[in-house]
Write a protein of this length. Structure first.
Length: 109
């Protein structure tokens, strides 16, 4: 029971850390253009999810799934940055952008 509570709290904290809302990623980190580019794409997709949800073009379940995908991509980006002193390699950026391309296609326009 104690483990379940701790796991639940850890999950909530990790989701809350990412769930800053649309446009809240730090997209102006000096000397990190690859990180900034990926963060801007994540923010843009988050805004699109919110807008399409408000307009009724996206179900609550699909919006939750799309946000979960963005959260996973964001976590992967953070893990990649840890291995390269806060930077993303060209290969890291390409991999993240491919994942964002797939997620973007799931969001109505």
């Amino acid at each position: 029971m104690k483990t379940l509570i701790v796991t639940t709290i850890a999950t909530i904290i990790s989701l809350a850390t990412f769930a800053k809302g649309p446009g809240k990623q730090p997209t102006h980190i000096k000397n990190h253009p690859k990180v900034n580019q990926v963060d801007k794409r994540i923010d843009h997709q988050e805004k699109r999810i919110s807008e399409e949800r408000k307009e009724g073009d996206l179900t609550k379940t699909q919006a939750q799934q799309d946000r979960k995908n963005l959260s996973e991509i964001n976590q992967e980006k953070n893990d990649m940055r840890k291995t390269d002193n806060g930077h993303l390699t060209n290969q890291d950026q390409k991999a993240l952008n491919q994942q964002l391309d797939v997620n973007s296609k799931k969001i109505p326009k």
